[in-house]
Design a protein around this ligand. Structure first.
Ligand SMILES: Cc1cc2nc3c(=O)[nH]c(=O)nc-3n(C[C@H](O)[C@H](O)[C@H](O)COP(=O)(O)OP(=O)(O)OC[C@H]3O[C@@H](n4cnc5c(N)ncnc54)[C@H](O)[C@@H]3O)c2cc1C
Length: 247
């Protein structure tokens, strides 16, 4: 049984794009109908495979943006010089086919049984799996306190802005804009460092569970600072998206 489930989960299948929505000028959410989807956990990702006419294949990983039980969705940021993301954000349309496999990953996941308090730390598109975790927390009726510290370059780069403006009870959203802030901006205006973390993190004595996601440099700096402030390394989960730019 387990073998069958594993094979099905990891085999490629063709999904249909049901909708593409604009999150920011460079970010799209792609809703997918996946015929053979075994269900996923909050925080998991899937792989996308593109094949061109010459048979050249490119594969990339994308976090699942939706909560377990919701239709599968991914949120992709366009890297102008990238191979795969410009196709996903600019070319893909509702009704198109997209090859994928998943869900993948059993480490960067959260369910109500994992408890909290939750400290979620996102740089740029690193907010995607953390959004799945927040939606899952709300949909399951979990009351663990949660705090999201989200770093973006400018207000226009904030993904899921409308959703984050209306957090569920028990959720605090703390934002920092590193490059440009609009007039009357009340959030932070600098990069996430140990001093900023010191102002927003739960005290280590409360045994928080931290999830850090974003560009590799962001994840390394933030996770190291958390451990230095007393968080046990096993309570600091990390997901690196690669060198996808600074936030
Ligand atoms: C587990 C996981 C989850 C992820 N989730 C998301 C997500 O939810 N949303 C999201 O937008 N992204 C996510 N990513 C990142 C995603 O997988 C891709 O890396 C991203 O979309 C860029 O792919 P690309 O093909 O467009 O760019 P690439 O063609 O892979 O290029 C990426 C960057 O590297 C540079 N580069 C490429 N090749 C070289 C080279 N040889 N030398 C130097 N520089 C080079 C390019 O200039 C570009 O800036 C995730 C990654 C992982 C591992």
């Amino acid at each position: 049984m387990a073998g069958t489930a594993l094979r099905r989960r990891l085999s490629w299948q063709v999904a249909k794009v049901s909708a593409v929505t604009t999150e920011t000028p460079s970010v799209r959410t792609i809703m997918l109908e996946v015929p053979d989807w075994p269900g996923h956990q909050a925080g998991q990702h899937l792989d996308i495979r593109l094949t061109d006419e010459d048979g050249y294949v490119a594969e990339r990983s994308y976090s699942i943006a939706s909560a377990p039980g919701e239709p599968v969705a991914i949120t992709v940021e366009r890297l102008d010089d990238g191979e795969v993301s410009p196709y996903l954000t600019d070319e893909l349309r509702a009704g198109d086919d997209l090859e994928l496999r998943g869900p993948i990953g059993g480490y960067f996941t959260w369910g109500p049984q994992d408890g909290g308090p939750l400290l979620l730390l996102a740089g740029g598109s690193g907010v995607v799996p953390l959004r799945s975790i927040l939606r899952h927390r709300e949909r399951t009726g979990s009351t663990v306190p949660a705090r999201l510290l989200y770093s973006s370059r400018t207000l226009d780069d904030v993904i899921y802005r409308a959703e984050l403006d209306q957090p569920a009870p028990g959720v605090e959203i703390i934002e920092t804009l590193t490059r440009h802030q609009p007039p009357a901006w009340t959030g932070y205006a600098r990069r996430v460092d140990a001093a900023l973390l010191g102002e927003v993190e739960w005290p280590a004595a409360e045994m928080p569970l931290a999830y850090v996601c974003g560009p590799t440099s962001f994840v390394e700096a933030v996770s190291q600072a958390l451990v230095q402030s007393g968080y046990p390394p096993q309570r600091v989960k990390t997901e690196r998206f690669g060198a996808t730019g600074g936030t």
